[in-house]
Structure formats: structure tokens, C-alpha cells
Write a protein that binds this ligand. Structure first.
Ligand code: XBP
Ligand code: MG
Length: 230
């Protein structure tokens, strides 16, 4: 059994990306920018992790006039938090049960995400009715590290705060960038792709599952890790 499970947030705990996309588009319109990201645009842009980085890429690609990215992104976060609070989202299949079982078994729970802390708080409040720090022992967020996924920084920060070696933990992810980040930090990683990441290459993953419910709970998780270690 691992000592800790480290969860990605967007696409893993819940299918949040369409809420992110809506928050981006509503914010662009409210700020008077004639920008709009369709689902196809967003699928492409998502390979750049981080909202601010994604906005900068859009400006580079379209030659849009310079915009205050930090201000724009802060407004997007505010809108995203509102939308999540309005109850737009549910946990992905298997996540709720896994969190309960892991807590009961005394495992530590952590988050390693590209998104920022207010978005993790909003999600925890909406789906568990609790603050994120009541659900997770450790939260490592994108704005706390120098480089976002696929860099290992946010996973290393989570390990540091857990006080555990990588091999005693397991990561759950939905994307290739997330998988690469976990692997680069030496953490075994299980993937269940989300709506935007189904076609990605997950080589190096311990397992690729249709949903996290297919893991077979903590026993299934322990069996997978044992096979990996053998
Ligand atoms: C998810 C992301 C995030 C969200 C937007 O990556 O890339 O950027 O799309 O969040 P992962 P912010 O699930 O691999 O962590 O706008 O708050 O950056
Ligand atoms: Mg993700």
C-alpha cells in the first residue's frame, strides 16, 4: 500500500476544463476582447498548461495587442470560482470512494495541480462541502512553483510537504503533461484520460483506465503498485 495518493485536479478530480473554458470566454467578452476559444481551439491550447501561459500563447499565435495577462487571469479565476460555487461540477467516477477509503486506511492525500489555490478551494467546497485542507493533507499549486507541468516541480513540492520519497506515493492524472510531470519526479502514475486528453500518448503510465472506478479501490491500487515494483 502506498503512504500517499497525489491527485491532479483539472480533469482528474473532476471534468473542470469546460468550466475553465467558459470562464475564459466570459471574461474575454466582459473585458471587451474579441477572443473566443471554441472546444477545438481549447483542445489545442490545453497542451500549454496554466491559464496565464495559455493566454500568452493565444496572443503570440494571433498577434493580439498586448493585454494585462495577470489582470485578465485574475478576473477569469474569479468567474471560475463563481461558476464552480453555482454547482456546475461533480467528482469523476471512483474519486469520491477512493478519497474516503484512503482516509479510512490512514493514507495521506495530496494535490499537485497546475491551477491556483482558489480554484482547488472552490472545487472542494462544491463537491465535499469542506475546505480543501480538510480533505487533503497537502496542497501544491501551480503558482507556488517556478515551472508548471510537464516540469516535475509541483510534484516535488507535494513530496516535500508530505515528507515522503516518491516511491512511497502514487499519482493520479488525466493528461500526458501531468503524467510526464509525475514520472519526472519519480512517482508511479495511473492515468484516466478526460474529455480533452483521450487521444494523448500515455506511455510510461502504470495503467490507463477508462475511469478511476476501474482501479478496484485501494486493493486494486496496491496490486498495481506491487506488480510495478516486482
Ligand atoms: C490543468 C491546466 C489548468 C487549467 C486552468 O492542468 O492546465 O491550467 O486549464 O487553470 P493539470 P488556471 O490538470 O495538468 O494540472 O487558469 O488556474 O491556470
Ligand atoms: Mg489534469
Amino acid at each position: 500500500m502506498p503512504d500517499a495518493i497525489i491527485f491532479d485536479v483539472d480533469g482528474t478530480l473532476a471534468e473542470t476544463e469546460e468550466v475553465h473554458r467558459r470562464a475564459f470566454n466570459e471574461t474575454f467578452a466582459r473585458m471587451g476582447l474579441l477572443w473566443h476559444w471554441t472546444g477545438a481551439d481549447y483542445a489545442r491550447l490545453l497542451t500549454t498548461t496554466g491559464g496565464k501561459e495559455r493566454i500568452r500563447r493565444h496572443m503570440d499565435e494571433t498577434g493580439a495587442p498586448p493585454t494585462d495577462v495577470a489582470m485578465l487571469h485574475a478576473a477569469k479565476t474569479e468567474r471560475y470560482v463563481q461558476l464552480i460555487a453555482e454547482g456546475q461540477i461533480v467528482l469523476r467516477e471512483g474519486i469520491g470512494a477512493l478519497v474516503v477509503a484512503a482516509r479510512r486506511a490512514g493514507l495521506k492525500l495530496a494535490v499537485a495541480t497546475t491551477t491556483s489555490r482558489p480554484n482547488v478551494e472552490a472545487l472542494a467546497r462544491a463537491v465535499w462541502g469542506r475546505s480543501a485542507s480538510e480533505v487533503f493533507d497537502v496542497i501544491a499549486a501551480g503558482d507556488e512553483v517556478a515551472a508548471k507541468k510537464p516540469a516535475p516541480d509541483v510534484y516535488r513540492l507535494a513530496l516535500d510537504r508530505l515528507g515522503l520519497p516518491a516511491a512511497r506515493t502514487v499519482a493520479l492524472e488525466d493528461s500526458r503533461n501531468g503524467l510526464r510531470a509525475a514520472i519526472a519526479a519519480g512517482i508511479p502514475c495511473i492515468v484516466s484520460p478526460g474529455i480533452y486528453t483521450r487521444a494523448e500518448d500515455f506511455s510510461g503510465a502504470l495503467a490507463v483506465l477508462p475511469e478511476f472506478s476501474a482501479l478496484g479501490g485501494l486493493d486494486g491500487l496496491a496490486a498495481l503498485l506491487e506488480r510495478h515494483a516486482a
